[in-house]
Design a protein around this ligand. Structure first.
Ligand SMILES: Nc1nc2c(ncn2[C@@H]2O[C@H](COP(=O)(O)OP(=O)(O)OP(=O)(O)O)[C@@H](O)[C@H]2O)c(=O)[nH]1
Ligand SMILES: [Zn+2]
Length: 308
């Protein structure tokens, strides 16, 4: 790994527009660009730098003001999904994050299946997930929604919040802090921008020049964007509204998360047992005995259905 010297600066990508990047470095925000050579070298699109990645850029920028990206550091984690389009391809939504906040409205946006898909996207990326149910100011009684979610949460924490009323800050901050990064995902209109505005407070205005603003001067999510929260409270990566989470599931994701079911399945009569109708299924036997929950098995079966 090359260490920082006067010709070389380390930074973290805050924003990406195709091969153009904004990078936060010790000396402020810099523009950076991926060289054709690096682009072609990357066999998989998912190897290219994304928001949240740590990179090394040249300190002196070119005539166009953009520095060349010289190096990309290995990711400690990545939030993945299947890229939209015909080709089956992995897409990285955010790199080097500790937690995924899945945000849903308590209003007509509330949809258990959709929420479950977002949770599964985080689980299959091997990331901790926190579910935020927004617009609680409009739905002070949200017991029905919480009950409907009970089966799918698998122990993930859930919080009813109001981004608009500004009551969410303490909840969000309890998962963040110095050196911590989280990504915010959810469908359009659930309140992601409202929440980011709330958390960023006045410092949002300070970074105005690198943000997209709508005609009311609010922050709008048109790109994935890394926001540095004030007072060293951590980092939040905002993502544009997604209609649906298309999952990207690899065998290792399943074996990491469901090692108990995989061990149990060694005792099934058939080695390719799907643990649904097959006779002498050791996994269903564990459910019948109460040592494995039916929900956990159902989630496992749903995730395996997405295996690439
Ligand atoms: N009542 C209420 N309205 C909210 C709350 N949070 C957001 N809204 C409203 O919901 C609408 C959508 O909020 P946004 O923050 O733009 O949603 P978004 O998730 O960023 O949407 P995209 O940018 O399309 O992804 C706006 O009119 C907000 O004022 C809340 O806690 N309570
Ligand atoms: Zn079985």
């Amino acid at each position: 790994m090359q260490l920082e010297d006067s010709a070389y600066t380390i930074g973290r990508i805050t924003r990406q527009d195709r091969q153009h990047y904004t990078v936060i470095t010790r000396s402020g925000l810099k523009r950076a660009q991926l060289m054709g050579k690096t682009r072609n070298k990357s066999f998989n699109k998912s190897d290219l730098p994304v928001v949240g990645d740590w990179i090394g850029i040249e300190t002196n920028t070119g005539a166009d003001g953009a520095a060349r990206i010289l190096q990309q550091y290995p990711r400690k984690s990545a939030l993945c999904r299947q890229a939209a389009g015909e080709v089956k391809e992995k897409q990285i939504l955010a790199a080097n994050i500790d937690t995924v906040f899945v945000i849903s409205g308590l209003d007509q946006n509330f949809n258990v299946n959709r929420i479950e898909r977002f949770l599964m996207m985080a689980w299959s990326s091997n990331l901790a997930v926190v579910l935020l149910l927004n617009k609680a100011d409009l739905f002070p009684d949200h017991r029905t929604q919480l009950q409907a979610l009970e089966p799918i949460l698998s122990g993930s924490p859930v919080h009813a919040i109001s981004a608009l009323a500004g009551t969410a800050t303490d909840t969000i901050m309890s998962y963040l802090g110095p050196g911590k990064s989280a990504a915010l995902v959810g469908s359009s209109g659930v309140g992601k921008s409202t929440l980011v505005n709330q958390l960023m407070g006045t410092s949002l205005m300070k970074t105005k020049e690198v943000r997209a603003f709508d005609d009311k001067g609010r922050h709008t999510t048109t790109h994935r964007e890394l926001c540095i929260l004030p007072n060293d409270q951590g980092i939040l990566i905002d993502t544009p509204g997604m209609r649906e989470a298309q999952l990207w599931v690899e065998p290792s994701d399943i074996s990491n998360r469901y090692s108990d079911i995989i061990s149990l399945s060694a005792g099934c009569k058939y080695s390719d047992c799907r643990h649904s109708q097959e006779p002498r299924c050791n996994v269903r036997a564990a459910v019948a005995e109460g040592t494995l929950s039916q929900y956990r098995l159902t989630q496992y079966q749903k995730l395996t259905a997405y295996l690439i």
